[in-house]
Design a protein around this ligand. Structure first.
Ligand code: ATP
Ligand code: MG
Length: 450
C-alpha cells in the first residue's frame, strides 16, 4: 500500500510565494525555476514565552579560533576556524575539495578530534588519498549518508571538527524526496547547523556547484551557514584559488592560492612571484596590481586584439567581468583613440585568478592598448587605477600597499592615477587620463617584431 503523502508545499526561493503545486515560473515575481519543495510544516504545540536578556548581560567569550594547519585557509576564514561554525566549501568536481579538507583534518587531528563523514567515497578510497597525503592516521571516519545517523553521531562523539563530504549525499528518510534534492539539502544543512551550535562542532560542508558556479541547492543554504568558501580553478591547471563569498567572522575579500601536487595541495605564500611576471618585449601583456582583501597581488594580464568581420565583434574575458571588459573597450575606443570596432578582443588573467576589483581596470586597458598598437608595455612596470567612463583615472584604494608589493617584486615603476604618492625607490608614472597612461606605459619605439 502506498504511504499516505503529507501535503507538499512549493515556495519561491526568491520572493517566498507559496503554492500547493509546482510552477516553472513564479506567479508572484516572474522568476523561472525558483519554486522549490518545502517540507510540510509540522503542527507545533503552543510554546511558552521565554525571558529575554539585554545585550549588556550576555556573556560572550571570544572563542579561541582553531588553526586549520593550512595558513592560507586560516587567512581566508579570517584568522582561523571559529569553533561551532558551519562552513560551506563549494567547487567544481575534481578541483580538490576533498583533498583540502582532508589535509585540514590531518593537521588538526593531533590536537583535536577530527571526523570525516564521507557519503561520496568509501572508507577505502579515503584511506588511499590519506596515504598519498601522509600522516592522517588520527582522523576518524564515518561512511554514512543518513542524516539522522550523522547528527546522532556528532551529538554523541562531539568532535571539534567535522567534514561532511558532501552535503548533497545526505538524506533524511522523513522527507520522501531523493538525496541531493533541494528539500533534502536544506534539511541537512539546517539540522547540521543546529547540531554544530549545540554540540560545539565546527562543520565543513562540501557542496557541489552547478554549471554556472553557484552552490547546488537553494540560496537558502548560503544564508544558513556562517561562511561560504569557493574553490576555483580548473582541474587542468595546477593552481587553485580559494576565496570567501560570505564570512560572518572576517572579510570576504581574502584569497588564497594553492598548487595541486601529487602529495596534496600546497599553499602558495607569494602568488605575485608566480603570476606577476611578464616577458620583456611581449606585446599585449601588462602587470596589474590588484588588491584582494588585505593583500595586494600582482597579476599578469594578457590581451589579444584580432581583426574581425563579425558585425558584433567578440569581447571575451577569462577572469574578468564581461561588463567591465565591454566598458573598458568602449572607453579605450572613445577616449584613448584606440579603434576596436572592427576587432575581437580577448583578455586573460594569469593563473586562473578572477579579478573583481576596479583597481585592475587600468592594467586591463593597457594590455588591450598594447595589443592594439602592436607595441609592448615598458618592462618592469605595473599599473593600477580605476578607469572612469569619461576616460579619467580614479585613484585606487590603499595605493601604498600596492606600491610596496611592486617594490618587493623588484619592479621599477608603476603607472597610477595622478596624486599617488611615491614610496621608496619605485618611480610613479602619474597619469590623469587613460590616454596619458597608455602613452607613459607603452613603448612605442619597440613595435612588434616579426
Ligand atoms: N596522484 C595524484 N597526483 C597529483 N594530483 C592528483 C593525484 N590524485 C589526484 N590528484 C588531483 O586531485 C584532484 C581530485 O581532488 P579531490 O578528489 O579532492 O577533488 P574534489 O573537489 O573532492 O572532487 P569531487 O567533487 O569529485 O569530490 C584531481 O583533479 C587531481 O588534480
Ligand atoms: Mg570529493
Amino acid at each position: 500500500m502506498a504511504k499516505p503523502k503529507a501535503a507538499v508545499q512549493y515556495a519561491c526561493s526568491e520572493c517566498g510565494y507559496a503554492a500547493g503545486r509546482w510552477f516553472g515560473k513564479c506567479p508572484a515575481c516572474g522568476e523561472f525555476g525558483t519554486l522549490v519543495e518545502e517540507a510540510p510544516a509540522d503542527s507545533r504545540a503552543a510554546a511558552a514565552a521565554r525571558p529575554t536578556v539585554r545585550l549588556v548581560d550576555v556573556v560572550a567569550e571570544e572563542g579561541e579560533r582553531i588553526a586549520t594547519g593550512v595558513p592560507e585557509l586560516d587567512r581566508v576564514l579570517g584568522g582561523g576556524l571559529v569553533p561551532a561554525s558551519l562552513v560551506l566549501v563549494g567547487g567544481e568536481p575534481g578541483v580538490g575539495k576533498s583533498t583540502l579538507l582532508l589535509s585540514v583534518l590531518r593537521a588538526v587531528s593531533g590536537a583535536h578530534r577530527a571526523l570525516l563523514v564521507t557519503g561520496e567515497e568509501s572508507a577505502a578510497q579515503v584511506k588511499l588519498r590519506a596515504a598519498r597525503l601522509g600522516g592522517a592516521e588520527g582522523v576518524e571516519i564515518l561512511a554514512e549518508t543518513e542524516l539522522d545517523a550523522v547528527c546522532a553521531t556528532l551529538e554523541q562523539e562531539r568532535p571539534e571538527i567535522c567534514v561532511i563530504d558532501s552535503v548533497q549525499t545526505l538524506y533524511s528518510a522523513e522527507l520522501g524526496s531523493a538525496p541531493g534534492s533541494v528539500a533534502q539539502v536544506r534539511e541537512a544543512a539546517s539540522r547540521l547547523l543546529r547540531v554544530a551550535k549545540e554540540a560545539g562542532v565546527a562543520v565543513f560542508l562540501v557542496g557541489h556547484v552547478t554549471k554556472d558556479g553557484a552552490v547546488a541547492g537553494p540560496r537558502v543554504l548560503e544564508h544558513l551557514v556562517d561562511c561560504v568558501l569557493q574553490f576555483e580553478g580548473d582541474r587542468y591547471h595546477e593552481h587553485r584559488v580559494l576565496r570567501a563569498a560570505k564570512n560572518r567572522f572576517g572579510s570576504t575579500n581574502e584569497l588564497a592560492v594553492f598548487e595541486m601536487t601529487g602529495t596534496g595541495l600546497v599553499g602558495v605564500p607569494e602568488p605575485s612571484e608566480l603570476f606577476g611576471r611578464t616577458v620583456e618585449g611581449e606585446v599585449g601583456a601588462a602587470v596589474a596590481c590588484a588588491l584582494e582583501g588585505t593583500r595586494p597581488l600582482l597579476l599578469e594580464i594578457q590581451a589579444l586584439v584580432s581583426p574581425t568581420d563579425l558585425a558584433m565583434p567578440r569581447r571575451v574575458g577569462t577572469g574578468v567581468d564581461p561588463k567591465r571588459l565591454a566598458m573598458i573597450v568602449a572607453v579605450l575606443s572613445r577616449h584613448a583613440g584606440i579603434a576596436l570596432g572592427q576587432a575581437d578582443v580577448f583578455v586573460n588573467v594569469a593563473g586562473g585568478v578572477r579579478i573583481d576589483e576596479p583597481g585592475a581596470d587600468l592594467a586591463i586597458a593597457l594590455a588591450i592598448a598594447s595589443a592594439a598598437k602592436g607595441a609592448p608595455i615598458r618592462h618592469g612596470i605595473a599599473s593600477f587605477g580605476e578607469v572612469g567612463l569619461t576616460g579619467r583615472l580614479r585613484p585606487a584604494t590603499q595605493a601604498e600597499r600596492r606600491l610596496e608589493e611592486c617594490a618587493k617584486l623588484g619592479l621599477s615603476a608603476a603607472v597610477a592615477p595622478t596624486g599617488t604618492k611615491a614610496r621608496g625607490r619605485l618611480r610613479i608614472l602619474e597619469a590623469e587620463t587613460l590616454r596619458q597612461a597608455a602613452r607613459a606605459a607603452i613603448d612605442a619605439e619597440r613595435p612588434e617584431a616579426g
